[in-house]
Write a protein that binds this ligand. Structure first.
Ligand code: UD1
Length: 442
């Protein structure tokens, strides 16, 4: 397996381009299953999670033509109503095919998903919502089978807790249901809003977009569209923190602070300068030290759980004490022992981590455990004295496009060490089921 080597201590300087959002791209790809007409998605990030999802789409009958930065999806009919274990186990977001395939083809069978090891992460809310829309749900041998021979029916469904992919699944299902669906306590994440806008472009009737109540009037069919995927707010926050942790100043191109209201406010309280200039965000470290800050993760517009690990890495380097409370996932402090290997002082009690800043982190061999935990180790490595060697970097490749290139362009000493330097493995696997329009670009 590849490793990433980082020699810390260089303040970042320069600019890097923020990619399209992975967590918006995945439901948008699934939306391509809702119509026989072409759906073209641009600003598509080059990530292994996207390849995994396209493999699943291709298996189910979607003709996926991938070109640099975009994909064209055509699903004239379904080939296979089953999303098998081998494809689903790699990524929990595979559950997003459930709503679209069931609502359009009246039946679907899906292996219960895997993904990042951050807690038990059930999909019961997705299933309860579909059941409320009239689907018959059968769980057996690790698979869920959902059937609605006469089609799904509109209903009122209140999420007992906010679920991002749960909202996206039911939103897509409701677009082709008979009658009106009201989703209450719906997720308001910008990625949900981006999906809703794309669905409207496909002919869906949705009101309340961007709020916690989405009202969807089902349509007999949807058509094609072209949609540009919104910028990745988690990548934006990650690189802003990278600038802060190194005492650097960088420009993040093609992104918006509007996607990160509370993170922007929190980082400003920490002492970082953040300014929107057109489509770019300027990040400036102050001449004097940063201040500690307490955070609690919450659904949007709260502080995102997907930036918790990165924020913790920053807090380990800031003089003083800060507390970090994780309310979304129960097992999301797996980066703590790894940061401790680098000299961080962190005490975890229940779902709160108390971080006391140390004068310097020390480079060490560390292991990535999930996507966001792994990038927090990269950030810590950028600030640490000496070499940090991050193993299991396939987690990073799931969600950070060209991370070494982007950070190197800003002066970081970071490089990938291939498992076998003779056979230069591509970092993203492609399979024969996917058509690649441009050779060499996955
Ligand atoms: C999405 C994001 C992920 C992010 C998370 C929270 C994608 C592809 N992934 O994940 O990066 O960390 O939102 O912002 O967009 N829950 C249930 N039953 C369900 C569904 C969820 O109990 O049926 C619980 C989960 O275990 C968790 C909480 O609800 O405790 C929120 O999870 P959810 O918003 O569904 O996360 P994902 O959509 O999987």
């Amino acid at each position: 397996m590849d490793k990433i080597s980082i020699i810390g201590g260089n303040p970042l300087k320069g600019s890097l381009k923020i990619s399209g959002a992975k967590n918006a791209a995945l439901p948008l790809l699934a939306a391509g299953l809702l119509t026989k007409d072409p759906v073209i998605l641009t600003n598509l990030p080059e990530l292994s999670d996207i390849t995994t999802f396209l493999d699943l789409m291709a298996h189910m009958g979607c003709d996926c033509i991938r070109e640099p930065g975009q994909v064209t999806l055509r699903t004239p009919d379904v080939l296979d109503l089953e999303a098998p274990y081998e494809l689903v186990r790699k990524m929990r977001a595979s559950v997003l095919v459930l709503g679209p395939v069931l609502s359009r083809f009246k039946e679907v069978r899906l292996s219960l998903p895997g993904g990042c090891a951050i807690g038990t992460r059930p999909v019961d809310l997705h299933l309860k919502g579909l059941e409320k829309m009239g689907a018959e749900i059968i769980l057996s041998e690790g698979y869920v089978t959902a059937k609605a021979p006469k089609g799904l029916k509109g209903c009122d469904y209140t999420f007992p807790i906010v679920s991002v992919t749960g909202t996206e699944n039911l939103l897509m299902a409701a677009c082709l249901a008979h009658g009106t669906t009201r989703l209450l306590n719906a997720a308001q994440e910008p990625e949900v809003t981006d999906l809703a806008h794309c669905l409207v472009g496909m002919g869906a009737k949705i009101s309340g977009i961007g709020t916690s109540t989405l009202v969807i009037e089902g349509q007999a069919e949807l058509g094609g569209t072209t949609h540009s995927i919104l910028p990745d707010r988690i990548e934006t926050g990650t690189y802003a923190i990278a600038a802060a942790i190194t005492g650097g100043s960088i420009t993040l191109e093609n992104t918006s602070l509007k996607l990160l209201p509370l993170v922007t406010q929190t980082l400003c309280q920490v002492g970082l300068g953040l300014e929107q200039k057109g489509d770019n965000v300027e990040v400036n470290s102050p001449a004097h030290g940063l201040k500690p800050q307490d955070i609690i993760t919450e659904p949007f517009p709260g502080f995102p759980t997907d930036l918790q690990a990165q924020f913790m890495a920053l807090m380990t380097t800031i003089n003083g004490a800060s507390s970090i409370t994780e309310t979304i996932f129960e097992n999301r402090f797996m980066h703590v022992p790894e940061l401790a290997r680098m000299g961080a002082d962190i005490a975890v009690k229940g779902n709160t981590a108390l971080v006391r800043g140390v004068s310097s982190l020390k480079g060490a061999p560390v292991m990535a455990t999930d996507l966001r935990a792994s990038v927090s180790l990269v950030l810590a490595g950028l600030a640490a004295e000496g070499e940090t060697l991050v193993s299991r970097v396939y987690h990073l490749d799931r969600g950070y496009e060209k991370i070494e290139e982007k950070l190197s362009a800003c002066g970081a000493h970071i490089k990938r060490i291939r498992k076998d330097p003779v056979i230069d493995e591509p970092s993203i696997n492609t399979t024969s089921s996917l058509k690649i329009a441009s050779s060499g670009h996955a």
